[in-house]
Design a protein around this ligand. Sequence first.
Ligand SMILES: [Zn+2]
Length: 453
Amino acid sequence: MTQGETTLVVENTAIAPVVGPEIANGHLVIEGDRITAVGGGPAPAVPAHARRIDGTGCLATPGLVNTHHHLYQWASQGLAQEATLFEWLVTLYPIWARMDAEIVRGAAGAALAWLAKSGCTTASDHHYIFPRGRGDLFAAEIDAARTVGLRFHPCRGSMDRGRSDGGLPPDEVVESLDDILAETEKAIDAYHDPAPGSMLRVAVAPCSPFSVSTELLTRSAELARDRGVRLHTHLAETLDEEEHCLEQFGVTPVEYLDRLGWLGPDVWLAHAIHLHDADVARLGETGTGVAHCPSSNARLGAGIARVCDLLRAGVPVGLGVDGAASGEMTPLAGEVRMAMLMQRARYGPGALTARQALELGTLGGARCLGRQDEIGSLEVGKLADVALWRIDGFHAAIDDPVCALVYGRTPPLARLLVGGATVVEDDELRTASQDTLGAAGAQAHRRLMRGVR
Ligand SMILES: [Zn+2]
C-alpha cells in the first residue's frame, strides 16, 4: 500500500461532507494523505499525473469511525444466545481465558476486514483479557490493523477484580494492578503516536466498574493524563451494573466515575444506557463521550441508550459495533441505520434523522476519539479518510443519496480510502486477501472452541 503518494481526484459524485453543504455532483481532490479541495462540478486544475476516480452513481461520505469493539470476540460468536450481559460474561470468560496471540491475530484480522468492508476507516478496540504466557496479544491486534490498513485506536484494557475480590470475572482472567499499569505504560511507549495524521493511538481502558478495583480506575486515570492519552471504559450497560454500583459504592455508575475524576473531554464510555437525567447533564457538562452500540445493546436486551437526550446535552456520541460475541457480524454502516431506527422506536419518527445518524457514525466518533480536527468530515485540510458508496443499481430508486445510504440495506463500496490509500475497491479488500483473513478468523474460532463443546 502506498500511503497517498500522488494526487487523487474523485469526480462526478454526490458528496455528504457532514460539515458544510451537501453537493449533488462534485469532486474531491486528495494530495498525500489530506483533502485539498471539495466542491461542486469538475475538479479545478489538477496535475496531469493525478489519478482519477469516476464517482458516477456514488455518494462520498467521511469514512466511518468505530468507537467500541472487542476484536478478539470474532472467535467466540454465536454463544450464550439468549443470555443477559452478566450471564453471557460468565459463560464466555472461561472460553476467553484460553485465548492466545495467534487467536487474537486471526480474530482481529477478520473483524477489521469486516469493518473496512462496511465503510470504517478508523477503528478503536478494547482488549481487556490477557491470560498469562500466551504471547503478546496487544501486538497481535496491532499487527492485524496494519495488515488491513485502518487507522487504529487500540485500548489497553484490564481487569483486576476477580471473583475472590467480589468481581464478576473468574480469577484466572484478571491481572495484578502493578502488572496492568506496567504493561499499559509499555504499550503506550511502544505504539502510541501522538503526531498529526497518526495511524495509531493507544488509550487506557479498565474494563468496567464490576470487574476492576477503585484503585485501578484511579491509577489508570492518573496514568492516562500523565501520558496524554485517552480513557475508555464500559458504563451503565445494564440495570445489574447500576444495582452493583449502588450496593458497593452507594452511587450510580456515572456518579461513581465522577467521584473518581473520570469524567472529562478525554474520556469516552461504551453504552451509557441506564442514565438518570442528572447523569446525562453531567456527561454533557464534562464533555465526556459515549460510544453507542445499538445492535449489541439489543442483542443482549440491555436497552436503548438515550441518544437524543445525550445529543441535546452536548455529549459527543459515536457509534460502535461492540464485540462480535454480542453483535455477530455487525457491519458499522448498519449501526448508522440501527441507531436511527432504535431512537425512532423509542422516541418517535422525528427522533433522529438520517443525517444525524451519519454524523454519529463519522464526526461523533471522531470527537469520542479526540480526532475531530483530523477526521469525521470531508473538509479541506482533513485526512483523506473517505467512503465512496455505490448508490446506483437497486439504490437508485431513492432520490436522496443520504437516505439511500442510511435507510435500507447498506450499499456496496466503490472505494474506501484511508489517508488517501485504497483499502477497499469494488467491495473487495485490496490491502490483503479477504478470503485469507476470513479463513484465519474461522480458524481462530475453531482453535478457541477446541475442547469447549
Ligand atoms: Zn464492549
